[in-house]
Design a protein around this ligand. Structure first.
Ligand SMILES: Cc1cc2nc3c(=O)[nH]c(=O)nc-3n(C[C@H](O)[C@H](O)[C@H](O)COP(=O)(O)OP(=O)(O)OC[C@H]3O[C@@H](n4cnc5c(N)ncnc54)[C@H](O)[C@@H]3O)c2cc1C
Ligand SMILES: C[S@@+](CC[C@H](N)C(=O)[O-])C[C@H]1O[C@@H](n2cnc3c(N)ncnc32)[C@H](O)[C@@H]1O
Length: 666
C-alpha cells in the first residue's frame, strides 16, 4: 500500500525543468518566472511589504493559502517577512493542499531559485510524507509557523479556526480545478476574515470575481503578471453574518493585556504550555510541586511515542497522528539537545492477538503514508526488531522513545520561563484582573492567566471540580541490558512495551491499575511487566535473562496517568460550571437549540490535562493549541478536534443527558 507522498507522485511532468501537473493539466507557476509572479501577484497584490513594514514589534500576521504546491509562495513570503517585519513579530502561514509533493519533487521545483536556497533547505529538512490532517511546523525558532492542512479544500476549509489577514488564492486555473474556486469555498473565506482582510490571485475569471464579491470582498482588477493581462485583488469590507457557532465552544476573546501566565505543573503538558507561550513572548512561571532532585528526574526511564490509531476517523486518531508527527518533528529538529535522551528508532506494534490483528488491518486500510506507518509481516518485523518476534504488525518508522524529564527540561529551557519547583499550588482565586495562587496563607504567584496542568490533580480546585478526571496508576520496570539484548533495534509494543536500552537499562512498561492513587514501586508489578515481556518478545525475555531476575531487587518507577471518560485530553478555557448549567439549561429540553448566550468564561483560566497513556505525543502539540486560544492564532488542530478536547464538553453532555455533572470531592 502506498501513498502519493512516499515516492515521486507520478503526477508531475517536468517541462523545460518546470513542474507541470498531469492531474490538472496546468503549471504550478508562470513559465516566465514563478518567483517574479509570486512577488507581483501574491506579495504586492496583498501590499505585504508596506503592511509588514509597519507592524508593531510583537504583532502576528496570518496568511492563508489555497494550494501549497511547491511551497514557492511560502518561501517568498518568509523571505519578505525576514526583510520587512520586526524581529519579534510572528508569521502564521496556513496552507491547504490535497496532494503534497514528495520531498524530491519539492526540492527539484524550488531549486529553480538559488536566491531562496536557505529557505528551501529549511523547508526540505522538515518536509516529510504528510498524512491527511493538520501539520504544524515551526521555522526560525517560531518566528514563522507553517500549518499545512492536508486534505481536500471542501472538507478542510470548514474545519479551519483562524482570523486571516491576507489570502493567496492559488488553485490551478479555475476551468481545470473548479473545486478550488467553488462558490462555497470562496464564500467561506469571508468567515475566516475580518474587515480589512485582503486577497490576491493570478486569475481574473469573472465567476471568481462574482463569488468573492458575493462573499463581501471589494474586488478590483490589476495588471497581471507576464502573459496574463489581468489579475484580481481586493479587501473584505462587509462580512456576511457567519454561520451559527456553538457559543460554548466559541473561543473567548484573545488575551490582550499583560502577557504573563502561571502554569501549575511541570510535567509534559505544563512544560509544553509554558514553551508555547514563552515562544510567543509571554513571561511564564511554572509551579511544580515536586522537588527538582526528586526520583523522577533522576530515573532512566523511557516513554514511548505511541500513536495507536484506530481504523475509524475519530478525533483521538487525528490528535494522535498530528501529535506523533509534531513530537517526532521537534525531536528531529534538535528540541532535546542530548541525543542520548531520545531515539527515533521506530516503534513496532505487534499484532499480538486476533483482535489486534483485525484492528491493524483496519488501520493499514487507511492508506496512510508509509513513512508514518506500514504493515510488516513476521519476517520483516523480526528483521526490524533485530531479534525474533512472534508475529508481524504495524511499524512506525518515525516514532521511538524519549526520556520524559529531558523532554520537559528542554521545553522549559527558555529565558521567558521561570520554574519554581517544590511549590505547591493549593488555591487559585481571582483578584481584579489577576489570579492569585496561594499555598496556605502565603501568596505563591500572581498573573492574569493561569494554566492548570497538574495531571491527575487538575480537578483539585473549586473552579475545575466539574472535570470528570480519572487516574490510572502505572509502573515501569527498569531492566539491566545484556550483550544479547543490545540486538534490539526498535521499540516493541503489544500489551506492554520495551525499548532499546538507554544508559544500559531497558524500560519495560507498564502496568494499569484503576482506583489506586499510590505511587510506591511494587515487586508484584515488576513481575507483571516481566511476564508481559515474555508474551510480547520471548527472545528478548531470554536475552535479558528475565527468568532469573528477582522482582524485589529491580528498580522502577510508578506514577499516575490522568484520563477522561472519553479518553481524550482536556485542553482549553474554563467556565464557571454553575453559571454554565443555568445559561444553557434549555438544552436539557431541546439539545438542538441554537442558543447565543456567551459562555461564562472564568477570565484567563485554562486547563491542559488528561493526556492518558500518550502524553508524550499529545502534550507538546497541546501547548500550541493553548497558545492559539490565548493569542487568537490559527488553531493547530481542526475545529472538530479542538471541540472534542474542550473542557466544557462534559457539562454540555450532562445538560443534554439531563444529569447533574459529576463533581470531584473538595
Ligand atoms: C508508568 C507510566 C508509564 C507511561 N508511559 C508512557 C509512554 O510510554 N508514552 C507516553 O506517551 N505516555 C506515557 N505515560 C503517560 C504520560 O506520563 C502522561 O500522559 C504525561 O505525563 C501527562 O503529562 P501531564 O503534564 O498532563 O501530567 P503529569 O506528568 O502527571 O504532570 C503533572 C505535574 O503537575 C504537578 N502538580 C500537580 N498538581 C500540582 C499543584 N497543585 N501544584 C504544583 N504542581 C502540581 C505534579 O507534581 C506533576 O509533576 C506513562 C505514564 C505512567 C504513569
Ligand atoms: C497552482 S498549484 C499551487 C502552487 C503553490 N502555491 C506554489 O507556491 O507552488 C495548486 C495546488 O492546489 C492543489 N489542489 C488542487 N485541487 C485541490 C483541492 N480540491 N483541495 C486542496 N488542494 C488542491 C494542487 O495539488 C496544487 O498543489
Amino acid at each position: 500500500m502506498t501513498h502519493p507522498t512516499d515516492f515521486p507522485s507520478g503526477e508531475l511532468e517536468w517541462q523545460d525543468g518546470q513542474p507541470f501537473s498531469r492531474r490538472f493539466g496546468d503549471v504550478f507557476f508562470s513559465r516566465d518566472s514563478g518567483i517574479a509572479e509570486t512577488q507581483h501577484v501574491f506579495l504586492a497584490g496583498n501590499a505585504l511589504r508596506e503592511r509588514w513594514g509597519s507592524l508593531a514589534p510583537g504583532a502576528q500576521f496570518v496568511v492563508a493559502e489555497t494550494g501549497f504546491g511547491t511551497g514557492l509562495n511560502f518561501l517568498c513570503a518568509w523571505a519578505l517577512w525576514d526583510e520587512t517585519a520586526p524581529p519579534e513579530a510572528r508569521l502564521h502561514f496556513v496552507s491547504i493542499e490535497a496532494y503534497p509533493l514528495a520531498r524530491d519533487e519539492l526540492v527539484r521545483a524550488l531549486a529553480l531559485w538559488p536566491q531562496l536556497a536557505t529557505y528551501r533547505d529549511a523547508l526540505a529538512a522538515r518536509w516529510e510524507a504528510f498524512a491527511p490532517g493538520w501539520h504544524r511546523v515551526a521555522f526560525a525558532s517560531g518566528r514563522v509557523i507553517l500549518t499545512l492542512l492536508v486534505g481536500d479544500i471542501a472538507a478542510v476549509l470548514p474545519k479551519v479556526e483562524a482570523v486571516v489577514d491576507a489570502w493567496f488564492l492559488d488553485g490551478f486555473t479555475p476551468a481545470r480545478n473548479p473545486d478550488m474556486w467553488s462558490p462555497a469555498a470562496l464564500a467561506h473565506l469571508a468567515h475566516l476574515s475580518h474587515p480589512g482582510t485582503t486577497f490576491a490571485t493570478y486569475t481574473a475569471a469573472s465567476e471568481v470575481r462574482r463569488h468573492l464579491e458575493a462573499a463581501g470582498f471589494a474586488v478590483r482588477k490589476e495588471s497581471g503578471f507576464g502573459r496574463k493581462r489581468e489579475m484580481l485583488a481586493g479587501t473584505l469590507h462587509a462580512r456576511a453574518a457567519p454561520p451559527w457557532q456553538a457559543p460554548w465552544f466559541t473561543r473567548p476573546a484573545p488575551h490582550t493585556r499583560e502577557r504573563r501566565a502561571i502554569v501549575v505543573g511541570g510535567g509534559p503538558a505544563g512544560a509544553a504550555s509554558a514553551a508555547s507561550l514563552a515562544a510567543r513572548g509571554w513571561g511564564v512561571e511554572v509551579l511544580e510541586r515536586r522537588d527538582d532532585n526528586g526520583p523522577v528526574a533522576a530515573a532512566k526511564h523511557q516513554g514511548v511515542l505511541y500513536a495507536h490509531p484506530s481504523p475509524h476517523p475519530t478525533a483521538l486518531n487525528e490528535l494522535a497522528l498530528a501529535g506523533l508527527q509534531y513530537t517526532a518533528h521537534a525531536l528531529r529538529a534538535g528540541r532535546v539537545p542530548d541525543a542520548r535522551d531520545f531515539d527515533l528508532c521506530g516503534v513496532l506494534q505487534l499484532a499480538c492477538d486476533e483482535h489486534e490483528a483485525k484492528r491493524q488491518a483496519g488501520v493499514a486500510a487507511l492508506a496512510l503514508p508509509r513513512a508514518l506507518l506500514r504493515p510488516v509481516d513476521h519476517g520483516e518485523a523480526t528483521a526490524i526488531a533485530g531479534l525474533d518476534v512472534p508475529q508481524g504488525g504495524l511499524f512506525y518508522p518515525a516514532a521511538g522513545w524519549v526520556h520524559p524529564p529531558a523532554l520537559c527540561a528542554a521545553l522549559l529551557d527558555h529565558p521567558g520561563i521561570r520554574v519554581r519547583s517544590a511549590h505547591d499550588a493549593l488555591e487559585i482565586t481571582r483578584n481584579g484582573t489577576q489570579w492569585t495562587v496561594r499555598n496556605g496563607s502565603s501568596i505563591v504567584a500572581e498573573a492574569p492567566v493561569v494554566v492548570i496542568a497538574g495531571g491527575a490533580d487538575s480537578a483539585g480546585f473549586p473552579q475545575t471540580r466539574h472535570l470528570p478526571l480519572r487516574t490510572i496508576r502505572g509502573q515501569i520496570t527498569l531492566v539491566p541490558a545484556t550483550a544479547a539484548s543490545a540486538a534490539l533495534r526498535t521499540v516493541l509494543c503489544g500489551e506492554g512495551y520495551v525499548a532499546p536500552a538507554r544508559g544500559g537499562v531497558h524500560s519495560l512498561g507498564a502496568t494499569h491499575k484503576f482506583r489506586d492513587r499510590e505511587t510506591d514501586v511494587r515487586a508484584g508489578e515488576h513481575a507483571e511487566n516481566l511476564e508481559r515481556l515474555g508474551r510480547l518478545a520471548p527472545a528478548l525475555h531470554a536475552a535479558l535473562g528475565a527468568d532469573r531476575l528477582d522482582p524485589v531487587t529491580l528498580a522502577g518507577l510508578a506514577g499516575l496517568r490522568c484520563s477522561s471518560p472519553d479518553y481524550l485530553p482536556v485542553i482549553g478555557p474554563v467556565v464557571d460550571a454553575a453559571s454554565f448549567m443555568q445559561v444553557y439549561a434549555r438544552l436539557s429540553r431541546d439539545a438542538t437549540l441554537a442558543l447565543r448566550e456567551p459562555a461564562p468564561w472564568l477570565d484567563g483560566l485554562y486547563v491542559n490535562t488528561a493526556h492518558g497513556s500518550r502524553g508524550l505525543i499529545t502534550a507538546p502539540l497541546s501547548g500550541e493549541l493553548l497558545a492559539a486560544y490565548l493569542d487568537g492564532e490559527p488553531s493547530p488542530l481542526p475545529v472538530s478536534v479542538a471541540e472534542a478536547l474542550h473542557p466544557s464538553r462534559f457539562l454540555l453532555r450532562a445538560l443534554i443527558r439531563r444529569r447533574t455533572p459529576d463533581v470531584n470531592p473538595a
